[in-house]
Design a binder for this molecule. Structure first.
Ligand code: HEM
Length: 714
């Protein structure tokens, strides 16, 4: 949440350049090398703009003199003077230290060589790619505009009248405040989970508002039209901003934090790994791990104990992701090993960082003296060693093949993504990049799926028991006595899939998507009354609250906060949200209703080009594990549903664990619980059942068998 530290890379590179090349092709080469035409020119020593620097991108941006006006240009000139540049008699920007050889205008075609001769990155057209980097000046400008807007100058500066929610009042105790400041914990400072605070402000301020902490502010977007603009229509104008800074030390240049240039390359490599045949193979893996979980719960039933299901779901999803991504068996359902502990501590640290106001991990030598950081660095070391061994082992047995061949290959001995990536023909096997990709998928695909399972079981257990019974009936009908579902069974278990996806609506993982503007932009008005749109300055940080989008009454109707898997069969629209098509059940394709069917009011896996690569994997995994569990067991809370509580990090966790008492299915007497009564009544009503027996939720009484004909799932 503090301004991004400047990168350590020097902005200029001292290289030798052939005058001929500079004029004709702008080629750059090392002293003593032959020029492209084979001529051995006299070489001049020049400072050439590194194509990867902010200066290079700026120089391109300002190439057109028509752009050289207004406030931004004045700021840019100041920036250039401060960087030691000046304008020469020809109007070119040059270094003021007398070196007239170097002009500010970037070369159009440049071949740069590192000192070791390795060529540097060029984009496909041979031009220097425009790298939009947010620099200190951009952040300063955003701060300045925030301050001026607070004094009412916003409209003069072309800013829309976006309301500002100011976190001024701290609700917690003095000691927890001090703890929050010292720990840099935003959640403690805000007095509770940030996304819940944003939900309160959403009710007050509507679809878009600023959240201000002094001069620093975040634009909070709770509108599907604006979200679509940021994630899809103008996606090149945004990157992951704060999130990338926080995750970089853990995930490196893995897909989630990757800058746009790295992302483009890696996404193209990784996506083919999730091909259809692989996903089918994965169903067997999900069932293997589901068996382990069932065996474990069986033991708990025998002992007559309670079990913490959130923890169990985390274990099963960790085992699955370990095997799927790098063919490593964490075996965490059966035992807790030092490796498993290291994974969890790393996840907790990543979450703590994402809630932190102070980048404490960047303090000098933090990994040597700071509590938590010493351990974190050891954990990362351990995980890196394991990953390095796995990668090296895989490389040693590499069998190169084309993507098509790999898709057809019998990979039953090692179906992992690592194997696929290593065997892919012509792939760069830099183990650092592979390490980053694998680490990212380990983290991205683990607790997210565990959270879906946790909150689905929670909601099914606290709702009308007939809802659960209905789903269990579906499982029995589809599985026909088999203990392990296959792909067709997953497709056939629609009620279960809709229950899982409904829990992702109410508990989105993560509850906030983070972006930073790489250029100035204007968001569409959507459901706001800001008809000219909302100006966004380069460098602005944006939170898209999926929690607010998914629970909005404007987007889902009055029952938005209710867990109702049948809603996915009904359309919903709202003409007040300009440009929003609404949710259309007919547009649902594939295993779950996605962002397209809801026109970006439902973003379970994000949307646009940076959408989750593991969506199908996750839905299939959750369906298999939950089907196998509910086929055999029933669960009741050890106490009340309210005891479970909620806290947040990158995903939404329970506060106190999902403590349940499991029993063999069929051994429980279904009762309508008082506290879930309204939900039960609602479910019954939606199913067209106004049955006299306890609908609407009194306590006690045997459950009424669901009337199949009235069920909207059918
Ligand atoms: C229910 C489970 C999951 C949920 C809810 C989920 C959610 C998401 C969301 C919301 C994003 C977009 C983030 C953004 O736009 O800032 C995302 C991205 C991503 N997810 Fe998932 N995810 C899940 C499972 C998985 C799995 C199983 C994997 C891998 C095996 C995975 C890998 C990724 C990756 C690599 C990205 C980054 C994609 C990119 O930027 O190109 N996720 N996920």
């Amino acid at each position: 949440f503090l301004p991004r530290p400047l990168s350590g890379r020097p902005p200029l590179k001292r290289l030798k350049v052939s005058e001929m090349d500079r004029v004709e092709t702008r080629g750059v080469k090392k002293s003593g090398e032959e020029s492209h035409g084979g001529r051995n020119e006299d070489l001049l020593e020049l400072e050439v703009l590194d194509s990867l620097t902010y200066e290079a991108s700026l120089a391109q941006q300002w190439d057109d003199v028509a752009n050289q006006k207004g406030f931004d240009w004045e700021m840019e000139k100041l920036r250039r003077y401060a960087a030691g540049l000046t304008v020469d008699a020809n109007g070119d920007w040059v270094r003021s230290n007398g070196s007239r050889d170097w002009t500010f205008s970037p070369a159009k075609k440049v071949n740069l060589y590192d000192d070791d001769g390795a060529s540097q990155s060029l984009n496909a057209g041979g031009n220097i790619g425009v790298v939009n980097r947010v620099e200190l000046m951009d952040t300063a400008k955003v701060f300045l505009y925030n301050i001026l807007s607070a004094f009412g100058f916003g409209p003069l500066l072309g800013m829309a009248a976006v309301p500002t929610a100011e976190i001024q009042k701290y609700e917690g105790s003095f000691f927890s405040f001090i703890k929050g400041v010292l720990g840099g914990d935003l959640q403690t400072l805000a007095g509770g989970p940030l996304f819940l605070l944003l939900a309160v402000y959403y009710k007050k301020y509507g679809p878009v508002f600023n959240l201000a902490f002094g001069p620093k502010s975040f634009l909070i977007v709770n509108d599907p039209v604006m979200a679509k603009h940021i994630l899809k229509s103008n996606v090149d104008a945004y990157d992951k901003g704060v999130l990338a800074e926080i995750l970089e030390p853990i995930m490196g240049k893995g897909l989630i934090p990757a800058d746009p240039e790295t992302w483009k390359v890696r996404r193209r490599v990784i996506v083919p790994g999730f091909h259809k045949k692989w996903l089918n193979t994965m169903v067997t893996l999900f069932a293997d791990c589901g068996d382990r979980l069932n065996d474990d719960i069986e033991q708990v039933v025998k002992r007559g104990n309670a079990v913490e299901m959130e923890e169990r779901f985390c274990s099963v999803s960790l085992d699955i992701i370990g095997k799927a991504v790098f063919n490593y068996d964490f075996g965490s359902v059966q035992k807790e090993s030092p490796v498993v502990k290291a994974v969890y501590r790393t996840l907790r640290e990543a979450e703590h960082r994402s809630l932190s106001v102070i980048p404490y991990w960047n303090l000098p030598y933090a990994d040597k003296w700071m509590e938590g950081q010493v351990e974190f660095s050891k954990d990362m070391g351990m995980l890196d060693d394991i990953l390095a061994d796995l990668i090296n082992g895989c490389i040693k047995t590499r069998k190169e093949a084309s993507v098509e061949e790999l898709e057809e290959r019998d990979n039953s001995d090692d179906p992992s993504l690592l194997r696929f990536l290593v065997d892919m023909r012509d792939e760069d096997l830099s183990s650092k990049q592979l390490r980053d990709d694998l680490m990212t998928m380990l983290i991205a695909g683990h607790e997210t799926t565990a959270a879906v399972l946790t909150w689905t079981l929670f909601e099914l257990s606290r709702g009308d028991p007939r809802m659960l019974e209905d789903i269990q009936d579906e499982i029995d009908e589809v599985m026909k006595g088999k203990s392990r579902p296959d792909y067709d069974d997953i497709v056939a278990m629609k009620k279960l899939r809709m229950a899982l996806i409904e829990s992702l609506r109410l508990y989105p993982e993560p509850p906030i998507l983070i972006r930073r503007a790489l250029k100035d932009d204007v968001l569409p008005a959507g459901g706001s009354n800001l008809k000219n749109g909302i100006k966004v300055l380069k460098g602005s940080d944006i939170f898209i609250s999926t929690w607010n989008l998914h629970r909005s009454k404007e987007l889902w109707g009055e029952d938005a906060e209710i867990f109702d898997p049948t809603r996915w069969d009904r359309n919903f629209a709202n003409g007040d949200v300009e440009g929003w098509e609404g949710y259309n059940a007919e547009n649902v394709r594939g295993l779950y209703p996605n962002e397209i069917a809801s026109d970006f009011s439902f973003l379970p896996f994000g949307g646009g080009q940076r959408k989750c690569v593991g969506d199908q994997f996750a839905v299939m995994e959750a369906t298999v594990v939950m089907a196998m569990l509910l086929q055999k067991f029933e669960f009741t809370f050890t106490g009340n549903a309210e005891d479970v509580g909620m806290r947040t990090g990158a995903t939404i966790h329970t506060m106190n664990g999902l403590n349940m008492i499991p029993r063999e299915k069929g051994s429980r007497t279904l009762t309508l619980r008082g506290e879930g009564g309204d939900r039960g009544g609602y479910w019954a009503e939606k199913n067209g059942r106004n049955g006299g027996e306890d609908d609407g939720g009194g306590a006690g009484g045997d459950a009424v068998k669901l009337d199949k004909a009235g069920c909207p799932f059918n």
